[in-house]
Design a protein around this ligand. Structure first.
Ligand SMILES: [Fe+2]
Ligand SMILES: [Fe+2]
Length: 180
């Protein structure tokens, strides 16, 4: 587990695993709405798309290692913050952003993509324990933890590392999405 966390986005991860990962998310990364997440600053120097890719990729690696549903983890992780407002400037109609954005993200994602039960749970439970009901699946726990891990890393450690992170993330995207 620690090895995976330390590998993050660098070359320690086998190329075939990166290719497998790309295949899992290729329809999502070619979607205009997913790509528009690049327009929103999420944590300091990182966009919402970068954050979602960080969470998705690490969750995929961990679930793959544990023999869990890594495809659902990759897809749910990529869509976990699928909302389209600046949370620093806009207050959602339905209340506090931290409580309500998981359900907004799930509604948005379900309108655009066909989601399985694990993916739905991943998206709507990713803020637990801030939100009340706990995750139902192991994959949801993985994504929930990776969301916090990546958020902390993006805010604290990698504030000046955007260029490196961006290049590494681009390596994960299908060729057609590389011009993000
Ligand atoms: Fe979130
Ligand atoms: Fe997040």
């Amino acid at each position: 587990m620690i090895e995976i966390m330390e590998a993050r986005f660098d070359e320690k991860v086998d190329l075939n695993i990166k290719i497998e990962y790309r295949k899992c998310i290729s329809d999502l990364t070619q979607n205009e709405m997913v790509r528009s997440l690049e327009e929103f600053t999420h944590h300091r120097n990182f966009t919402r798309l970068q954050h979602c890719l960080h969470v998705s990729y690490l969750s995929y690696l961990i679930c793959r290692k544990l023999g869990l549903d890594s495809q659902s983890a990759a897809r749910g992780g990529l869509l976990h913050d699928f909302y389209f407002y600046d949370s620093h400037a806009v207050k959602p109609d339905r209340g506090n952003h931290y409580f309500c954005h998981p359900s907004i993200a799930l509604e948005n994602a379900a309108r655009v993509f066909t989601l399985n039960e694990v993916e739905k749970d991943i998206i709507v439970k990713h803020m637990w324990p801030v939100t009340k009901s706990p995750p139902k699946y192991k994959e949801s726990y993985v994504v929930m933890m990776m969301d916090k891990y990546c958020a902390a890393g993006e805010v604290a450690k990698y504030g000046s590392g955007r260029a490196r992170s961006r290049q590494n993330l681009l390596d994960l995207l299908p060729q057609s999405a590389v011009n993000l």
